[in-house]
Design a protein around this ligand. Structure first.
Ligand code: NAP
Length: 490
């Protein structure tokens, strides 16, 4: 294995039990499940397979810790986050190797994820001491309006496999800052990074019971009983729109405060007046970051007919040179997809588009050999009837279609249930503003292929979600606004 740490060293240092009340322990009945390396298809190790009973224990621990945790000084919560940030940065190489082993992305991308994920702790360490209220004189003059913000309470955090460190830190950072206790249920495919993160937070001084982690192969069995328990007050979910929709329905029972970061279907629009260098650079990031397995991955490229050929050939030249291989090998740029299902889904979407008339410029076929690899692929002339125009590809496939009219491309870009992010490349300021205003997405990348920033509100419109993560808005998701009416005349 490349990098500073051997596989045995990385895996050997990780607790593989459930974290409940500050102690790692076996699941009820001693059940475990295997974590697979997507580059080889082989098992890395076994972790505890939590059940409904374990989930209830985790909620009991979170609930018991809530009032004392809420009463801690904001400065104390801030310093725990800051120490955890320092520890994550110090341990970048080891954590990056772990992310790569269980998720597949290249070491370079995993290192970038550690930097990005840790940054949520630094940002929210700074926000923890800036939770403010408000004070106003009633318009009638006799009373006072006092507003305060208080932690919402025990929160269930459910995260996906594609960004195994930063999706948890994007939730845990603001929850700690706000004074909420938590039960984290990481994805079945990437539980190890979450367990390592929990150990780091313990080392940083997070009190017992504030963060509990339940790994499981049966997410419904763990989540459902919690959502029907009066002690839980919040659900924060990142994952597919289909699962998110089901969880919103379940959360209605106890009227849980919910945050939903769901699927995307990002349009990437290149206008005739765009800086093509910047557009190709932006496309490489928006498409190839995380092997295309990102909710903010560019899914549909709309390129003005005047520049479509140049853009396609330059993107093809870059994509076809990318080094595909085991992410753990230094120099590899494109690792395997997460599993056989995901790889087969990408292959099916490509075959469907080609069957409907799309042209393949590079890639387009599953290679032989172990692991779930799919090559960087560029398709042009993708018709609007192709399945990949409406479905998230979640793989390294750029689907290009030409356009000629600004209004027409805006309509195409918006013709989806998703509304997470869009990308626009143009040198014309007026056109840039018209697109930014007209695109039905929670985020717009203007002349850049990357929008994620811990200091900015990340989130979607339409069926891409509810609420925001990151920035000042992110902490509001973990706070209740309380209004106190005060009479000052008596
Ligand atoms: P997923 O299948 O929806 O799973 C996400 C999480 O939900 C996993 O922890 C999963 O557990 C859990 N889960 C599945 N069924 C559940 C149930 N019935 N009750 C409770 N939890 C349940 O999504 P994924 O395939 O892991 O991730 C890919 C999707 O996430 C894509 O659509 C992507 O766009 C979206 N995503 C969105 C954002 C964003 O910020 N908007 C960020 C990243 C990813 P198991 O692992 O055990 O199945």
């Amino acid at each position: 294995m490349s990098g500073t740490f051997s596989e045995a060293e990385v895996l050997g240092g990780i607790e593989k039990g459930l974290l409940i009340g500050g102690r790692f322990r076996a699941a009820a009945g001693g059940r475990t499940f295997a974590v697979e390396n997507p580059a080889t298809g082989e098992s890395l190790c076994e972790v505890a397979d939590g059940s409904a009973e374990d989930a209830r224990d985790a909620l009991a621990a979170a609930s018991a810790a809530q009032s004392s945790w809420a009463a801690t000084a904001p400065r104390e919560r801030s310093e725990i986050l800051r120490r955890a940030y320092d520890l994550l940065v110090e341990r970048t190489e080891e954590i990056a190797a772990l992310i790569t082993l269980e998720m597949g992305k290249s070491l370079a991308e995993s290192r970038a994820e550690v930097a990005y994920g840790a940054e949520f702790f630094r940002w929210y360490s700074e926000e923890a001491v800036r939770i403010q209220g408000d004070f106003a004189v009633e318009p009638g003059g006799s009373g006072r309006i006092v507003l305060m913000r208080q932690p919402v309470g025990p929160s269930l955090l459910i995260t996906p496999w594609n960004v195994p460190l930063a999706m948890p830190t994007r939730k845990i950072g603001p929850a700690i800052a706000a004074g909420c206790t938590m039960i984290l249920k990481p994805a079945e495919q990437t539980p190890l990074t979450a367990l390592l993160l929990a150990s780091v937070l313990g080392e940083a001084g997070l009190p017992d019971g504030v963060l509990n982690v339940v790994t499981t192969s049966d997410p419904g069995a763990v989540a459902e009983p919690l959502m029907h328990d009066d002690r839980l007050r919040k659900l924060s979910f990142t994952g597919s729109t289909d699962v998110g929709r089901k969880l919103i329905a379940s959360s209605a029972d106890k009227v849980l405060k919910t945050s939903m970061e769901l699927g995307g279907n990002a349009p990437f629009i290149v206008c005739a007046d765009a800086d093509i260098d910047a557009a190709v650079d932006g496309a490489m990031i928006a498409k190839m970051r995380n092997i295309g397995e990102a909710c903010i991955a560019a899914n549909r490229f709309y390129v003005h007919a005047d520049v479509a050929e140049e853009f396609t050939s330059r993107l093809t030249a870059r994509m076809s040179k990318m080094v595909v291989g085991r992410g753990i090998d230094e120099g590899v740029e494109v690792g395997p997809l997460i599993d056989a299902d995901q790889r087969d889904k990408v292959a099916t979407l490509v075959d469907d588009a080609v069957g409907r008339g799309a042209r393949v410029h590079t890639g387009g076929a599953v290679p032989s050999g172990p692991g779930y690899f799919y090559p960087p692929t560029v398709l042009s002339e993708v018709p609007s009837s192709a399945r990949m125009v409406e479905e998230e590809i979640f793989g390294p496939v750029a689907a290009i279609s030409p356009f000629t009219d600004e209004q027409e491309v805006l309509r195409s870009a918006n013709a989806t249930r998703a509304g997470l992010v869009s990308y626009v490349f143009t040198r014309d300021t007026g056109r840039a503003i018209r697109f930014a205003e007209g695109l039905e997405t929670g985020m717009v990348g203007l002349n850049r292929g990357f929008v994620s920033n811990p200091a900015a509100p990340f989130g979607g419109m339409k069926q891409s979600g509810l609420g925001r993560e990151g920035g000042r808005a992110g902490i509001e998701e973990y706070l209740e606004l309380k209004y106190v009416a005060v009479d000052v005349d008596r």
